[in-house]
Ligand binder design. Sequence first.
Ligand SMILES: Cc1cc2nc3c(=O)[nH]c(=O)nc-3n(C[C@H](O)[C@H](O)[C@H](O)COP(=O)(O)OP(=O)(O)OC[C@H]3O[C@@H](n4cnc5c(N)ncnc54)[C@H](O)[C@@H]3O)c2cc1C
Length: 404
Amino acid sequence: MSRKQKVLICGASIAGPCLAYWLTRYGFDVTVIERAPSLRMGGQNIDIKGVGRKIIRMMGVEDQIEKANTTEQGLQYVDERNIVIAEFPKGSTTSFTSEIEILRGDLSNIFYTLTKTEAKYRFGTYVTKLAQTDKEVIVTFNGDGQEQFDLVIAADGIGSCTRTIIFGNEPRLKYLGYYTSYLTIPRVMTDTQWARWYTAPSARVVILRPDNKGSTRASVTFSAPNHGVQPTSETEKRQVLKNVLKGGGWECDRIAAVLDDVDDIYIGPLSQVKASRWASGRCGMVGDAAYCPSPLTGMGTTLAIVGAYVLAGELFRQKEYGAAFRSYETLMRPYVEKVQKLPPGVPRIAYPKTKMGVWVLNNVVKIFASRPVQKLISLLSGQPKLDTDNDDGFVLPEYLRNVD
Ligand SMILES: Cc1cc2nc3c(=O)[nH]c(=O)nc-3n(C[C@H](O)[C@H](O)[C@H](O)COP(=O)(O)OP(=O)(O)OC[C@H]3O[C@@H](n4cnc5c(N)ncnc54)[C@H](O)[C@@H]3O)c2cc1C
């Protein structure tokens, strides 16, 4: 009897645990390493759309995910006095709030809990060196321990260090000119079950969203030409946000005032990962590490779930890893390229620099949200279109019927 193929997955957020789920179902011996000392629970709501929805159903966690819904009712676009300029209720043609809205940490925890018995998880661990031979990959970890694997998969997000170890600087990060941050703040009386979107001059956008834990999730996006900010320590992250929020109006001072007590600040560039190949020898990539589309598309999590499903399925179906990596890429790349395509003017159009620019944008959004325009869009797009019915033109391969 042949031995189980040993696979090392680097990163335990969304793509990593999803890949672990499918690979263990197909009989692989899976180890997942995560650089952080424990599962990272931070982040705002994320969406699962189209074929991603079908996959979570196959994984048997759709009900659990639905129950963890943040119950957000939709998006209100507000001005600096908190007056609602435009409203996009959940289920409307151009809604920002999708059918499934779950906190990123909750989703990660569901996938981790689902896989932690079948796969081996090691926290506080990352790869420092990889050496490939014809037969194996010799992996050196932080702390200098070594182990042999048949395959190594980078699932360590947009800033993937494992990707750099495998491919050097070959994959290109298309920087979109902005940084975005996510953090959890105490809930106050002005917070409702609606997401509130506020645009401040000097290219700043603040969004406050309800969660299902009694707190509020904030995101602050700001212009940073030439990668102007790369804070590493918690103190630096707080200082960057304090500077950005200064003089912003609306609830910017409220966020700045609690920053010293916030312990889950995530700050990262708005970028897309463009890689000419997703595998080299016995090493490959999945999720944001391979093809981050940026949060502007709302599709990063769906791509990670779909990519993990297809990569595992092809490794199972093809048996030979080279052929599997090739068909994974052939199947996924057209879908990824479609998702990564941003409409003209995005993201610049959403971040005006002047007060006049904010005024113009607010009025455009107001017209866009008006009943006649929404009705027209609805007629043209054949709405209502539930996330479940939309497969984004991607035909999901079937692998499960070949599982013993
Ligand atoms: C803390 C956090 C908060 C986020 N919040 C949001 C949000 O609010 N909205 C949004 O749209 N997107 C958010 N994202 C990004 C979102 O999760 C991804 O775009 C998407 O779900 C694809 O997930 P991924 O698993 O490919 O990558 P990621 O979710 O980025 O996960 C990568 C994982 O790899 C780990 N890691 C990093 N380096 C190494 C290493 N060298 N070795 C091992 N592990 C490593 C990270 O700690 C992380 O757990 C967040 C990501 C993180 C990590």
